[in-house]
Design a protein around this ligand. Structure first.
Ligand code: GLN
Length: 534
């Protein structure tokens, strides 16, 4: 029978519940157990696909094309399980399903209520994700902070789950903040007591407490927390601020969190093996040999979460190159207004990420021209690729009015436009080209060299495509079309010859990079940047 771990968060948001959950997943997987993970999101959107990055952060896309919470990205980076549409449940999905059933008449005259109908739907979805995965342990992260109105149905479902499955099959972990108050020079446990108190009012007694803290928790503090929160002292786990998120599994391992969990579940497993992770990820992140500066030219740079997987992929690439990365985040609108020369001066690589809408586009195009003309290693992702072909058409093929119909619907030269199947789309939610598609690489191209093979598969999230009408002209002028989706003849990769590293892709390689297996496009981008730097 599968075992379930529920992770809730208290006191404040942004404590890193996703990374904490993923790290617990990692230490359990390192014991030879099959682990999967799930995120319950209390918002009413069906998925985050229609949300602004400033509202939600990055939308993470799974192989099967689900637009999900960015925590699923952490899960895939920390553990080996592949996430699917079943691993992210939102209030919107739950209500959608229950209301559809009610309209169908399936409830036979009953009044539909949060308890039991909504809570049953939540529990069924958790069980479904568990059974599809075939995992020994399912970690379920409950979004939001304890005390929110929105997350109550989820917490109630999670409480019932413990009753249904039996105490020995369920563990509740609560992530909390133990703040250090500077002027009092003291660490305070009261917010944690209150948070656990609120959880107990709902009927959930946490078994394990994970305490985010700036300072080391003394024995006395742990005893105090243990006493007030009714949690065994060894199950009060310290989660002190660290330099790299990839250290966290080791920190938990050192406090035998895996043992505490396994003994609760009465599971016997092989000893933990985190050697590879420690040597090939953590040690490299902590003590790199070189440093390289990369410019990221985008419009959501003010929010750390908006390009989460890209930042992580850069970290993986620098691990692979034994270096450290400084990401210079440049607002593309700044370049639009003031030009890029000053802002981009001295960087060893330029990355233009994906995005939507016309704001900042001209700045991205200027940055691309800068990289192309000055021989600066360049990586373009999704919208980044679309801007590459527009820039190339304008400045190398004489098509000054080249554009994407996303920004100029009646563009004279629509280098990027909608394909037939997208023209018919009416609803915006879940209708982009989403998820994994195969891509065939051109023999002898940079792409084929970087990947070391000719057939690849990458994840997508876009509506617009390269307009094949212009392929011949652009090829003649030197743009190489090195990756094609064969079934529909769609352009997936473009690159330049006679440039140290200039490649742009219609897909999102950042979703498949892992700390110990850097995505080759990022790995070689950083390698080229290091070479440029000398
Ligand atoms: N806005 C572009 C499109 O929809 C690019 C999307 C993206 O960068 N993810 O095609």
């Amino acid at each position: 029978m599968a075992k379930y771990i529920f992770i809730t968060g208290g006191v404040i948001s942004s404590l890193g519940k996703g990374i904490t959950s993923a790290s617990i997943g990692k230490i359990l997987e390192s014991r030879g157990l099959k682990v999967t993970m799930m995120k319950l999101d209390p918002y009413i959107n069906v998925d985050p696909g229609t949300m602004n990055p400033y509202q939600h952060g990055e939308v993470y896309v799974t192989e099967d094309g689900a637009e999900t919470d960015l925590d699923l990205g952490h899960y895939e980076r920390f553990i080996s399980a592949s996430m699917t549409k079943f691993n992210n449940v939102t209030t919107g999905q739950v209500y959608n399903a229950v209301i559809a059933r009610e309209r169908h008449g399936d409830y036979l005259g009953k009044t539909i209520q949060v308890i039991p109908h909504i809570t049953n739907e939540i529990k069924d979805r958790i069980k479904k994700a568990a059974s599809i995965s075939g995992a020994d342990i399912i970690l379920v992260e409950v979004g939001g902070t304890v005390g929110d109105i929105e997350s109550l149905p989820f917490l109630e479902a999670v409480r019932q789950f413990g009753l249904d499955m039996g105490k020995e099959n369920v563990i509740y972990i609560h992530l909390t903040l133990v703040p250090y108050i500077k002027c009092a020079e003291e660490i305070k446990t009261k917010p944690t007591q209150h948070s656990v108190g609120t959880l107990r009012e709902i009927g959930i007694q946490p078994d394990i407490l994970i305490c985010r803290t700036e300072k080391t928790l003394t024995n006395e503090l742990k005893e105090k927390i243990s006493l007030f929160c009714s949690i065994r002292k060894e199950a009060v786990i310290e989660n002190k601020d660290v330099g790299s998120i990839y250290e966290i599994p080791l920190i938990f391992k050192n406090q035998i969190l895996d043992e505490i969990i396994l003994s609760h579940f009465k599971l016997i497993s092989r000893p933990s093996d985190l050697k590879h992770w420690e040597k090939n990820v953590v040690e490299k992140v902590i003590a790199p040999k070189h440093k390289v500066t990369i410019a990221l030219v985008g419009k959501y740079i003010a929010l750390q979460d908006a390009y989460k997987s890209i930042y992580e992929s850069l970290v993986h690439a620098v691990i692979a190159n034994d270096t450290k990365v400084e990401v210079k985040k440049i607002d593309s609108e700044e370049i639009e207004k003031n030009g890029g020369d000053k802002l981009l001066e001295g960087v060893s690589g330029i990355l233009v990420p994906g995005g939507f809408g016309s704001r900042g586009i001209e700045g991205k195009i200027k940055a691309i021209r800068f990289a192309r003309e000055k021989g600066i290693p360049f990586l373009g992702l999704c919208l980044g690729m679309q801007c590459v072909v527009v820039e190339f058409a304008r400045n190398c093929c004489g098509l000054k009015a080249a554009n994407s119909t996303e920004f100029k619907p009646k563009a004279k030269y629509p280098l990027i436009s909608l394909i037939e199947e997208q023209r018919k789309v009416k609803n915006l939610g879940g209708t982009m080209r989403l998820g994994a598609y195969p891509c065939k690489l051109k023999k002898g191209s940079l792409a084929a060299k970087v990947y070391g093979k000719q057939l690849i598969s990458e994840r997508h999230r876009h509506r617009y495509e390269f307009n094949n009408k212009y392929r011949k002209l652009l090829s003649k002028k030197g743009l190489v079309f090195s990756g094609i989706y064969p079934k529909e003849n769609l352009v997936e990769i473009v690159e330049l010859k006679n440039h140290p590293y200039f490649i742009a892709v219609q897909f999102h390689p950042e979703f498949k990079s892992k700390p110990d297996r850097s995505h080759p496009l990022f790995r070689d981008f950083i390698k080229a940047a290091l070479e440029r730097q000398g």
